[in-house]
Design a protein around this ligand. Structure first.
Ligand code: DLL
Length: 432
């Protein structure tokens, strides 16, 4: 049976939802105008004032915010309230340049945990569940985001944080965890470890809530099989709270955006023109009621599609498809746009687990693409001829998907480092 955390809003009439969004947007624009001089200056430069904004139909009049703005305004320039009202910060895991630091008031944390509580109940969770959170706790939003939503639902929450796989499995078995929250790459690794330890029959998991990185439908299928669960996608970013900006329901066909808190738009990343629903483009979000770090028309860089159609779960929130990659993670190889997710889809389709690395280089002024893939133990023990046949087949399938040649190197099982958080799949030597 479908469960909801806040059915009155999750299943609200679309016209009612639009009215709520419009009222909140007008209030939010005034809030930012009065409290965030950085954004007010951007509005003034565009010749727009809060009087011009009467509802969501006026959103397009407002200026965008980009990562570059966040860098420029670092650390306090986009804070939306006095520092005494801020009770928490989180920060991105970026390894280069300035990190993004987001500020939260008590009300912001309350709103955020409503969002993750909705996600947990959409995955079938209720107060009888034992939720094992193995997203990192600390500056990363994953751990505390799902932790607080799990508290709100009333689940017994295991605040494991990431890493220490042996201990994760011990708690999972001894305490009978039923819902697992972690990155999909770590879920795949846990699946491998459970198989190796021969403890599959001791696991009581029924669902997993996986996000923070791109993962394909093929990877979903593998994780569902190896853990014996239903795997739900969850999306979010630090700039907009963290996990729970959108979440999947039992239909597993896109993530419902929490539209009473966030308005989504799709734009052409080059021209910044707003595209009609159903178009592929860059996802842009406006936070409607966040006080500590309000984001108006924030360009996520995630490439995605929005679709609003009747969902069998009863929720009326618009859905976003799986992000197809990031416009800034997109590799341009010999002029061709390549998303790592396309490579992953081919590998999983051909029966390889998602342990791979993509190495891009430039040799004699020409781009090269190499995909290192771990062999299955069965293939590893086979003869060299078979390995070379498999390599040839993968080269053909990758060419069909990407339109360019990728060298394929099959490497020994377990030779590619496993990740406990977000997996590092691409090494672009052209940038080193
Ligand atoms: O990754 C928040 C999060 C934590 C989401 C736990 C889900 C679960 P950041 O570290 O700021 O925040 O990274 C945000 O990660 O712009 C996307 O590119 C990517 N991302 C997040 N969720 C998904 C997903 C967290 N479900 C960036 N599928 C975003 C694909 C995702 N990419």
């Amino acid at each position: 049976m479908t469960k909801y955390f806040q059915p009155e809003i999750e299943c609200a009439d679309p016209a009612e939802l639009k009215k709520i969004q419009s009222e909140k947007l007008v209030k939010q624009v005034w809030h930012v105008w009065n409290n965030v001089p950085y954004y007010r200056a951007k509005m003034e430069a565009k010749g727009v004032t809060p009087e011009d904004i009467h509802g969501v139909e006026d959103l397009h009049k407002l200026p965008f915010l980009s990562k570059a703005d966040l860098k420029e305004a670092y650390p306090y320039g986009l804070m939306g309230c006095p520092r005494k009202d801020v009770v928490r910060i989180h920060s991105t895991s970026g390894t280069t340049g300035k990190r993004v630091i987001a500020f939260y008031t008590k009300e912001d944390l309350d709103m955020w945990s409503d969002c993750t509580a909705r996600a947990i109940m959409a995955a079938g969770g209720d107060e009888n569940d034992v939720v094992q959170v193995c997203y990192g706790y600390g500056l990363f939003t994953g751990g505390s985001g799902l932790n607080d939503g799990s508290h709100k639902v009333g689940c017994m929450t295991l605040p494991m944080s990431s890493g220490n796989t042996e201990r994760q499995l011990q708690f999972m078995v001894d305490l009978g965890a039923t819902i697992l929250c972690c990155t999909p790459s770590y879920a795949a690794y846990l699946g491998e470890s459970i198989k190796e330890a021969g403890i599959r029959d001791k696991i009581q998991l029924k669902a997993g809530i996986f996000g923070a990185e791109a993962w394909s439908e093929e990877m979903r299928r593998d994780i569902q099989n190896s853990l014996g669960i239903k795997a739900y996608d969850i999306y979010g970013l630090t700039e907009l709270t963290g996990p729970g900006v959108s979440f999947e329901c039992e239909e597993q066909s896109g993530m419902h955006i929490n539209e009473d808190h966030f308005v989504a738009e799709i734009i052409d990343p080059e021209t910044e023109e707003v595209l009609p629903e159903g178009s592929v483009g860059e996802l842009v979000f406006t936070s409607l009621d966040k006080i500590g770090f309000p984001m108006i028309r924030y360009r996520t860089r995630d490439i995605c599609v929005l679709h609003r159609e009747k969902c069998s779960c009863g929720r009326t929130f618009i859905k976003m498809g799986k992000p197809m990659g990031r416009s800034d993670d997109m590799l341009i190889i010999k002029g061709v746009n390549v998303f790592p997710s396309q490579i992953e889809a081919v590998l999983l389709e051909e029966g390889f687990p998602a342990n791979y690395q993509i190495i891009v280089d430039r040799v004699n002024n020409s781009d090269t693409l190499e995909v290192q893939v771990e062999m299955t133990p069965e293939l590893f023990s086979d003869n060299l001829g078979k390995i070379s046949d498999v390599e040839k087949q993968l080269i053909g399938s990758l060419k069909a998907m990407l339109g360019i040649y990728a060298k394929v190197r099959l490497v020994a099982p377990k030779s590619i480092a496993r990740s406990e958080g977000k997996a590092v799949r691409v090494i672009d030597k052209r940038k080193i």
